[in-house]
Design a protein. Structure first.
Length: 305
C-alpha cells in the first residue's frame, strides 16, 4: 500500500488534482478528542499503509502539534513523519495534495516525506487583505499599519517564498514564479476580483480553481477579510521529475532513502552535516588559534536540485 498522507482538518484536504491523486487521511480535532481514539485511528493507518506523513499547519493550536508528538511517542513508531511547513494554511493544503499526487508513484516513504521540504521552495503563497493591523507573519511597516486603518484599504501580501507587501492600487504587483504554475484561490470576507483578474494573468497561471477557505487562515493572516491564493506546480510528471532529479542518500540512523539533509521520519542528519568532533590538542603541533582559523569548513548538501 502507498504511504498515507494525513492532514489535521478536512479543509486541508483539497479536491484531487487528477485521477491518480490519493485521498487524504483526515485527523480532525486532535486536541479535543480522547487520546485513545486518536491512537486507534493512527494505528489503523500504520497497519494499512506502513508509513504515515502528517502535514500540519503552523496556524494550528499548539495543542494539536503536542498531541501528534504524544501519539508518535506512545506508539513508539519511527514510521510517522510530522511535517509543519512555514506556509500559510492554503499553501499547506496545496503541499499536502502534491504529496498525495506523488504517493501514487514508485517513491519510497523516506523520499516521499523528504519531498515536502523540496516542494515548499516552489510554492508562492499570499493573500489580499483588508487590514494588516494584526499581521505578524510578514514584516509590516509603520506606514502600512497606519494606512490599514483607512476605510477601503486593501493590501496584497506575499508570504512565501519571499515576503512582500504592497498597498493595492493601479500599479500594485507581486513578484511571481518564473515557471509555469496553477493557482488556487480561497475567498474569505473580502470582495475583490484583483487576484483572479489581475494577479493570475500577471503570473501567467495556467489554471485557476476556487476552493473553500481553510479554517485557520483568518488566524494566520490576522483578519477574516481576505482572499488567499497559492501558485504551485500541478502536473504530476513535473513533480515526479523534480523529486527524482535530486540525489538520494540512505539515512544512517533508520536506513530509509531520503533526499536533502534531514530524515523527516527520525530527524537524523547525515554524519557529514553534523557538528564535527572537537579537535584533539595533541593530534598535531599547531596552537589552538591556528587550529580554529585553519579548521575545515562545515558543508551541507543543498536541498534543491
Amino acid at each position: 500500500m502507498p504511504t498515507a498522507i494525513a492532514v489535521t482538518g478536512a479543509d486541508l484536504a483539497l479536491p484531487a488534482q487528477d485521477e491518480r491523486t490519493l485521498p487524504a487521511a483526515v485527523l480532525p480535532d486532535l486536541d479535543r478528542r480522547p487520546l485513545d481514539q486518536v491512537l486507534a485511528e493512527v494505528q489503523v493507518l500504520l497497519d494499512q499503509h506502513g508509513q504515515l506523513v502528517v502535514v500540519c499547519s503552523g496556524a494550528a493550536p499548539a495543542a494539536v502539534y503536542r498531541r501528534l508528538h504524544t501519539v508518535r511517542s506512545l506508539l513508539e513508531s519511527d514510521r510517522i513523519a510530522l511535517f509543519r511547513p512555514e506556509l500559510p494554511p492554503l499553501g499547506v493544503a496545496v503541499l499536502a495534495r502534491q504529496l498525495r499526487q506523488l504517493a501514487s508513484c514508485d517513491l519510497s516513504p523516506g523520499v516521499l516525506a523528504s519531498a515536502g521540504r523540496l516542494l515548499t521552495h516552489y510554492i508562492h503563497a499570499g493573500a489580499l487583505l483588508g487590514s494588516v493591523a494584526r499581521l505578524d507573519r510578514v514584516p509590516v511597516t509603520l506606514k502600512a499599519h497606519a494606512k490599514s486603518w483607512m476605510p477601503g484599504s486593501q493590501f496584497a501580501v506575499l508570504a512565501h517564498p519571499q515576503p512582500q507587501l504592497v498597498r493595492l492600487g493601479p500599479d500594485a504587483t507581486l513578484a511571481g514564479p518564473e515557471f509555469a504554475t496553477r493557482m488556487v484561490v480561497a475567498k474569505g470576507q473580502l470582495t475583490s476580483d484583483w487576484v483572479t483578474g489581475t494577479l493570475a494573468p500577471a503570473w501567467q497561471a495556467q489554471g485557476l480553481r476556487e476552493v473553500p477557505l481553510p479554517a485557520e487562515s483568518a488566524r494566520w493572516w490576522g483578519t477574516g477579510k481576505l482572499i488567499e491564493f497559492c501558485a504551485h506546480l500541478g502536473d504530476l510528471s513535473v513533480l515526479y521529475q523534480l523529486v527524482t532529479s535530486v540525489r538520494q542518500t540512505v539515512c544512517h540512523w533508520c536506513g530509509l532513502d531520503v533526499i536533502g539533509d534531514l530524515c523527516v521520519f527520525c530527524s537524523a542528519t547525515p554524519p557529514d552535516a553534523e557538528d564535527p568532533p572537537p579537535p584533539d590538542p595533541a593530534a598535531d603541533g599547531r596552537g589552538p588559534h591556528q587550529r580554529l582559523t585553519e579548521g575545515p569548513a562545515r558543508t551541507r548538501r543543498a536541498l534543491t536540485p
